[in-house]
Design a binder for this molecule. Structure first.
Ligand code: FAD
Ligand code: NAD
Length: 473
């Protein structure tokens, strides 16, 4: 085996961390390669990683389809629209698959445009300057590079008590490809995936029970948001059980028997499907990290510093396989940052300004710190809240649930966090992220003119409310 190709930068993984890093490296003049082994259900090699193939994009496609269905079924009457809605699951899935394949092919096109080589196969380190790439036919090629960027992503955490069987018990990928609407489904884990995919199937008519081990609901969100969300999701029909410990899940021919413990008592219930969504772990076990003396922590995350440097000088790691939130936009930003660092530019990511979004309806979005964190840090803060119930646009849309909360430093007035639950929170949060990135104060937001009638006026009013001078509430 002779080293056939050598690159300035070789990236392992073509998800949102790796493919963005590759494009930026190529833009900066590096001779760049990206090793990606993903093969789609249709046996086609694909770029885009978890995000495009089985994550962000397919889940949002199904969330949008199911949202339209629920609107037609339950809400359009209020607009004077009479409709009888039926759902064709195969067509909905085909639409999702088409979106995924279009976007993954788009990345292959961007690679061509930017002259990034896509090496189809699996990479494993031989030494700090060489990886062995094994393609689907088992052929091995050595590839050399001056710098490596590991972007190998994450995989679902498995549960010993509910093993994935690709039939009745599925993980998030399986839940994105169900062939029919289950009558009863059990979602294990009330985290981001559990709530998004639980919402998809509930909207389509499934009776969904969510078993969450923790006694707290969405503990990383501001307490006022998690309280409101729990109330709304329960009202929508998600049967969320907190403090529920799954003891076993056994597949039978037509159902799964789930045994769980809640408040000291044991329960047994039957479901058509069980969706396991208890978190994800770093995908780092088969990279040959021992060959380059790179260590991982107890959850498999590669240890890196703020600039994503590992303990080996020419090897960087980014995205889900390193510390920090498992979010596509965080992964991509790290990719850009490493590429620019390699080019000798100053790069910096403020992890405090990474937005979070949960694409339920209403949506939940936040940036910065929540009240619990600030209280724990003994930081003096003031907050302003504005409910969508007082927003003209929210009424016009027929979507007036939720509120906006702006938290600012009690002394300097600088914005410390913005928390939103409501329609289009995913888009509204962008203004708050920008404000925080520019070090804005609540007063700055309060003095910014917002179009009328828009949902963004609620952010404006929440900023005014920080100084107890909201106009419409
Ligand atoms: P990945 O996307 O996991 O990509 C890693 C790639 O590396 C994979 O393609 C893998 O095949 C490849 N790879 C690994 N090892 C090797 C190797 N040895 N050789 C070659 N290739 C290798 N995030 C959001 O921000 N917004 C969302 O709405 C959102 N929704 C999600 C919904 C679901 C159902 C899931 C599961 C995740 C969602 N996420 C979302 C999280 C998001 O998908 C991840 O944070 C993101 O994909 C991480 O990007 P990455 O490039 O680090 O890893
Ligand atoms: P998560 O960490 O968000 O939630 C997992 C939940 O499962 C937690 O509430 C946890 O307490 C619970 N849990 C753990 N073990 C359990 C058990 N044995 N029984 C019952 N409950 C148990 O993880 P996830 O929902 O699997 O998502 C993984 C990652 O993917 C997230 O960290 C998120 O960053 C990313 N993601 C993001 C988005 C988005 O940005 N909209 C969407 C989906 C996924």
């Amino acid at each position: 085996m002779v080293a056939k190709k050598t690159y300035d930068v070789l990236i392992i993984g073509g998800g949102p961390a790796g493919y963005v890093a590759a494009i930026r490296c190529a833009q900066l003049g590096f001779n760049t390669g990206c090793v990606e082994r993903w093969v789609s259900d249709k046996k086609k090699p694909a770029l885009g990683g978890t995000c495009l193939n089985v994550g962000c994009i397919p889940s949002k496609a199904l969330l949008d389809s199911s949202h339209h269905f629920e609107f037609l079924q339950k809400e359009c009457g209020a607009h004077g629209i009479e409709a009888e809605a039926t759902i064709d699951v195969a067509k909905m899935m085909a639409r999702k698959d088409k979106i995924v394949s279009g976007l993954t092919q788009g990345i292959a096109g961007l690679f061509k445009k930017n002259k990034v080589d896509w090496l189809q196969g699996s990479a494993c380190f031989k030494d700090p300057k060489t990886v062995v790439v094994t393609n689907t036919s088992g052929q091995e090629d050595e590839v050399g590079a001056s710098h490596f960027i590991i972007a190998s992503g994450s995989v679902p955490i498995e549960l010993g008590s509910a093993k994935i069987d690709s039939g009745h018990i599925v993980d998030s990928s399986g839940a994105l490809s169900l062939k029919e609407i289950p009558k009863r489904a059990c979602v294990i884990g009330a985290g981001v995936i559990g709530l998004e995919l639980g919402s998809v199937w509930r909207r389509l008519g499934t009776d969904v029970t969510v078993l969450e081990a923790s006694p707290n609901f969405l503990p990383t969100t501001d307490l006022s948001i998690s309280k409101e969300a729990l109330k709304i999701f329960k009202r929508q029909g998600l049967d969320i059980k907190l403090g529920a410990k799954v003891l076993s899940a056994g597949s039978h021919e037509k159902h799964v028997e789930v045994k769980y413990q809640i408040a000291e008592s044991e329960k047994i219930e039957n479901f058509d499907k069980v969706i396991v969504a208890v978190g994800r772990r770093a995908n780092t076990s088969d990279l040959g990290l021992d060959k380059v003396a790179i260590s991982t922590d107890e959850r498999g995350f590669i240890k890196v510093d703020d600039l994503c440097r590992t303990s080996v000088e020419n090897i960087y790691a980014i995205g889900d396989c390193v510390r920090g939130p498992m979010l596509a936009h965080k992964a991509s930003e790290e990719g850009v940052s490493v590429a620019e660092h390699l080019a000798g530019q100053k790069s910096h990511i403020d992890f405090n300004n990474v937005p979070w979004v949960i694409y339920t309806w209403p949506e939940i979005a936040w940036v910065g710190k929540n009240e619990q964190q600030l209280t724990q840090e003994s930081r003096a803060f003031k907050s302003g809240v504005f409910p969508f119930l007082a927003s003209g646009r929210a009424h016009a849309m027929g979507d007036n649930q939720g509120f906006v909360k702006v938290i600012a430093d009690a002394n300097t007035d600088s914005i410390l966090g913005v928390h939103i639950i409501g329609a289009n929170a995913s888009e509204l949060i962008a203004e708050a992220v920008l404000a925080m990135e520019f070090g804005a104060s609540a007063e700055d937001l309060a003095r910014t003119i917002h179009g009328h009638p828009t949902l963004s006026e609620s952010l404006h009013e929440a900023a005014l409310a920080v100084d107890s001078r909201a106009i419409h509430f």
